[in-house]
Write a protein of this length. Structure first.
Ligand code: ZN
Length: 154
């Protein structure tokens, strides 16, 4: 009786631990993107289903250059705010990760990282509207010309 019960409990526990790990691999609410020393993201479109209540984005810098020379971040904005956020971000400097402190037009952003580094952020999708027109960019000075993409939610 006790043995059976413990076995059953063990199975339940195993399932509980195994499931999230399995789900992680294909979790549509978890995004990954890389930037390199050629000032490029490896993805031009990122898509998140409306069923996600929050999104975790992980940014990898696959290059070797330090963040002072080739820093990358990932900044999410409404398409209409792209240029304003890009321009005010440049002036904010590395100390602020090239994001103007308190800028409400910035829906989410990572830190600015250099070669070999990885950073990630988790943000609620309540800042988004399904079907909205969103863009992401790197706000390191001069990078947004190449480092930009479309973010689809819904
Ligand atoms: Zn960059």
């Amino acid at each position: 009786m006790t043995v059976t019960r413990n076995t059953a409990l063990a199975v339940v526990l195993l399932a509980a631990f195994a499931l999230p790990r399995f789900a992680h691999a294909a979790d549509p609410c978890q995004l990954e993107i890389s930037g390199n020393d050629q000032m490029q993201y490896d993805q031009q479109v990122l898509t998140v289903p409306a069923s996600c209540t929050q999104v975790t984005l992980t940014l990898h810098h696959t290059g070797k250059l330090p963040r002072e020379a080739m820093g990358h971040n990932w900044v999410l904005v409404n398409a209409a705010d792209f240029n304003t956020v890009a321009n005010s971000g440049m002036g904010a400097g590395l100390a602020n990760d090239y994001v103007q402190p308190g800028d409400k037009r910035v829906l989410a952003h990572t830190k600015t990282i250099g070669g070999g580094q990885t950073t990630s952020i988790t943000f609620p999708t309540s800042v988004l509207k399904a079907g909205g027109d969103y863009r992401y960019l790197c706000t390191f000075p001069g990078h947004n010309a190449l480092m930009r993409g479309t973010f689809k939610f819904g």
